[in-house]
Design a protein around this ligand. Sequence first.
Ligand code: ADP
Ligand code: MG
Length: 659
Amino acid sequence: MELKEIKGVGIQLERKLNQLGIFSVADLLEYYPYRYEFNYIIDIKDIKENESAMIKASIVGDVKVQYIKRNFNRLTFSAISSNELINVVIFNRAFLKPNLTMRKEIVLVGKYNKLKHTFTASDIKFNILNNSVEPVYHLVEGIKNNNLKKIIATALEYNNVFDKIPSSYLEKYQFINKKEGINFIHLPKNKDEIKKAIVRLKYEELFEFMFKINYLKKINNKAVGIKRELNENIKELFIKDLPFTLTSDQLKSIDNIYLDLISDYRMNRLILGDVGSGKTIVATFAIYANYLSGYQSALMAPTEILALQHYNSIKKILEKFNINVSVLTGSMKKKEKEKVLGDLKNGNINLIIGTHALISEEVEFQNLGLVITDEQHRFGVNQRNTLRDKGKYPDVLYLSATPIPRTYALTIYGDLDISIIKTKPKGRKDIITKIEKEKDIKDLLYKMLGELKCNHQIYVVSSAIEQNEEMHFKSVLELKEKFDMAFQNKVNIAILHGKLKQAEKDKIMDNFKNGVTKILISTTVIEVGVDIPNATMMVIFNAERFGLATLHQLRGRVGRNDLQGYCYLISDKDSERLKVLEESNDGFYISEKDFQMRGQGDLFGSKQSGDMVFKIANLKEDYQILLQAQKDSLEFIESNNYLDNDYYKKIVENISFIN
Ligand code: ADP
Ligand code: MG
């Protein structure tokens, strides 16, 4: 049914509704209030100090309006409530004056000061029903809450929504049905009705969501993969010559991968680990095992800097096994590229490491058996799948440093198997982190000098390349000038940013890696993955401009061996957020905090979160419901009951189609 068919909805109003994302009657019915107002009128004698309440009153004096500033006015009048004479004050309601006539009965919402007999109202209502509940909706300009309420009330007459909760679970939890749920959520008589409606609507959303994820996992798990014959001792062979001892979580992850590879199912695994936890070496084991079983591997990284770094470090480890490693990036010369493309196709290359360049059409493999995506949240689902589809049932490994709590990981990455690396390599110290004001930069310079004297290196990060008049951000270029002056041109300082040519970038990174450059001033191009153990200090200007996750990633560039690392967050703004970083070095904790402060949208602010928009559920608040929905939907799938349900049967057909 169309919106226009509802009584009272014309073209104008329809457009407004569209702005709210409402395009059909079904949308309208699922446009839920975000809060409720409860109209419980009490006697003024029962009002508690400082508590907001509702009282009845009758106006007894003239209404005075004072215009204090533009957009700021104050209304005062006298009224009687339960035989008490009170002064009423309300701000910014000058427009109500014509309605506030002598002896008019009104309802005041607000707080009462008994000593002064003054009622400071936050709202004045007319004609309300005592003991009623008022839904409050998010609105756009040109549409009032009351309008929307009326339209929805009319639409409720056509409410024959479809129940997506399978009947067995409706019964099991004695949920009210969908139709009742929709009625209650828009027109509740009391709190109890609201509660009943909310819980069943949330459950329904989460059930459907978890059904999809569980189903995806089921077909992924069943997906035929390459079954490899690999002796268990390959783990030992790989580990024994490494320059360090692996952590227990790294070993566990390697075990997980080994088991995936020898099974006849396709590996579909996420390695989730904080910055610096050592994911690369785990991925390198997968490459080694894949090579031994006779297949090619591809590793995709989000930036050229990172791709080259992986190339250099992984090559070093794999060379002794005679594994032929090569690199492919967008900025390579045509001739070089063609050589690589040829060698990939004829199987001369065992491992190719590269950027997005790997997914281009001209890239062909002889027998791609393993696809690894580093910093996987930087890529879209399609990009990852394009690379995967260049092989025949290749195993798939994702690496991610977005350290979301395991519980959430289980839901948003529910279609993947997950290995978590929590233990840090031995000897790692927490990075000492401090927030500093820009005026205290002198102190900072001394500290920098201290590190330089120990022959350590320093990163400086700014969000801008050039000076920007309007915004007072310290730019990369400006900072270079300042530091050159401060250190009297005696320290080798380089700048790095995204606008430089690749060859220049490579040279700058090389110089920093070799220790020729002592200070590297850069934009966030160094955010992901860069690994230079001798760098011990990270200074971030205008730190308030970055998200906590980004700052944590940036900070992760130092403290990459047993040297003490320092991170200075330069910010003139007081920020609760930044303090979280002073407090903790634990990415999982930080993301949890970030989550609390900014909500689910930003935590999952990566590309795959697109389909996770809920109308009423909230992954964090509704975690218990989510767990139940997770369990139930799994049971629903495993019992094959979904085959008798038209709605879920259709979902399954669609999933199978896109996968
Ligand atoms: P990330 O998980 O952030 O990708 P990397 O894989 O780049 O981390 O590892 C960070 C650094 O730690 C690298 O220099 C790597 O060689 C080193 N490293 C990895 N595992 C260990 C370990 N178990 N002990 C000591 N150093 C390690
Ligand atoms: Mg990494």
